[in-house]
Design a protein around this ligand. Structure first.
Ligand code: FE2
Ligand code: FE2
Length: 475
């Protein structure tokens, strides 16, 4: 169904056909805009930003580009086209027709999941709301704002489901999504990583690489859901999400390229020499990767989880690419082997039912996806003739959730003494001095085509425009 832009709330769900729902969402809309004004990148409210807006849901040509002031962005409700006669792809109801309504017995489970997903979307906008002031270029500034408006739209996506399918509870949850705030002492966001401040662009690139990628995997598994409106919403969100990951991957690539350039000029990899030139030394980048990767791993939950098992059994949340990647979609007899700490400094092998290990299955798929960027980055370093290699720390390292929570390990995953761990942290995670240094690099650059000294220019501009295009017209 085509997107109707003549409506107050652009949508392709025939909102006009349900007056009660339409009124309820039109009532929520000004609250959303208030939130955007208070918590979003509001210092740039009157700037013209070269943004893409969804105008369709087909793979080809779904977006249009043009200068928009962010508060005028057309946030709306867009579901991917229905798959005719879609069947449930996994769990106890495998093969039955997909649900157009939420079955009563799974209502609270669905609601919790939608709220948790919905909570992350505005959280990231809040985390990033001051970043615009230190942009390394107008190109980057535009990308930040593109990510921000789309996270706002993802909030709309979840709020639509809450309003349309969860009655009064859903409407209350939609209000709460605007009442919790990232890092708030009294009403924080639900998940830990979304309360971490993102006050520099190196963190932003790491966040879009690692944390948005967690989002991608959550969306991929919800796109398999038996509840068809949820599946369709998530399928379309994934189209937008791809750009967020692009920002992360190319952002880190550009940091590395710039550093390699300066290493070549100076003929050294000496950290102090590089810092005097104002670039990000590779060990420093490694510590940022360690921080954001380990933090994002926790978002997948415990390795062994009865919650995950019942989510799978009830058809709520599948595995990413459930239909194409797996043979057994029921998983009642399958088992999964994992390694957990034995409590006395060693590691034991444990065999659990596959359904109970679904969080771990998802996390493994995520880790494999993360590796792809690292390979590319290491290729750059190798080509420049350096031995240094970036690597992902072990999934046991610095965990706060699951079997490895609060177990002292080094980045290789070896269990070590608590004191050794505490001492090691300054080598493994960004130190206060690292953060001060990174902050000192965050000088804003707003001349079209110019880049800050710590990051190389991207390969190309947005939507075939040149790099010197004025992607944000500051006012
Ligand atoms: Fe999102
Ligand atoms: Fe995202």
């Amino acid at each position: 169904m085509a997107i109707d832009y003549s409506e107050k709330i652009p949508n392709n769900v025939n909102l006009a056909g349900d007056r009660t729902l339409q009124r309820a969402l039109e009532h929520w809309q000004p609250r959303f805009l208030d939130w955007w004004r208070d918590m979003g990148p509001n210092d740039f409210a009157s700037s013209d930003v070269y943004l893409r807006t969804a105008v369709g849901v087909d793979a080809q040509g779904w977006a249009s580009y043009g200068a928009v002031k962010m508060p005028d962005y057309r946030w709306g409700i867009f579901l991917a086209d229905a798959i005719p006669d879609r069947r449930i792809g996994f769990g106890d109801s495998y093969g039955e027709p997909a649900w157009q309504q939420v079955p009563g017995e799974f209502r609270s489970q669905f609601r919790r999941l939608i709220v948790t997903q919905g909570d992350t979307e505005p959280a990231s906008v809040e985390q990033q709301h001051l970043l615009g002031h230190t942009c390394p270029s107008l190109y980057d500034l535009r990308n930040l704002f593109q990510v921000n408006v789309e996270e706002g739209r993802h909030l709309w996506a979840m709020v639509y489901l809450l309003h349309a399918h969860f009655g009064r509870d859903g409407r209350e949850e939609a209000e709460e999504l605007l009442a919790r705030h990232s890092g708030d002492a009294d009403k924080p966001r639900i998940l830990g990583t979304f309360n971490e401040p993102i006050s520099d662009w190196l963190s932003f690139f790491c966040f879009t690489y690692f944390t948005d990628r967690d989002g991608k995997f959550q969306l991929k598994s919800l796109a398999e859901s038996s509840f068809d409106p949820l599946a369709r919403t998530c399928r379309f969100m994934l189209t937008e999400e791809a750009h967020h990951m692009f920002v992360g991957e190319t952002g880190i690539s550009r940091v590395i390229r710039r550093t390699l350039e300066v290493m070549k000029q100076l003929g050294t990899d000496d950290v102090q020499a590089l810092r005097r030139e104002g670039v990000v030394d590779l060990p420093l980048l490694q510590r940022y990767l360690n921080f954001w990767f380990s933090s994002s791993l926790d978002l997948f939950g415990s390795e062994v989880s009865s919650n995950a098992a019942s989510s799978f059994a009830n058809g709520i949340k599948g595995r990413p690419d459930e239909t194409t990647q797996y043979q057994d979609h029921v998983c009642t007899d399958a088992s999964y082997e994992l390694e957990t700490p034995d409590g006395s400094g060693g590691v034991k092998k444990e065999t659990v039912g596959m359904r109970n290990a679904m969080n771990e299955v998802l996390r493994e798929a995520y880790v494999r996806d993360c590796e792809i960027g690292l390979k590319r980055w290491n290729m750059l370093i190798q080509k420049a003739g350096h031995e240094f290699r970036l690597k992902l720390p072990s999934t046991r390292f610095r965990r706060s959730i699951g079997a490895w929570a609060n177990v002292a390990t080094d980045p290789e995953g070896r269990i070590i003494a608590r004191e050794t761990y505490e001492r090691g942290l300054s080598d493994w995670l960004p130190s206060p001095a690292d953060r001060t240094y990174v902050t000192s690099l965050m000088q804003r650059v707003t001349t079209p085509g110019k880049m800050a000294g710590w990051v190389a220019p991207p390969d190309r501009g947005i939507n075939n425009l040149g790099l010197d295009y004025e992607y944000v017209r500051l006012s």
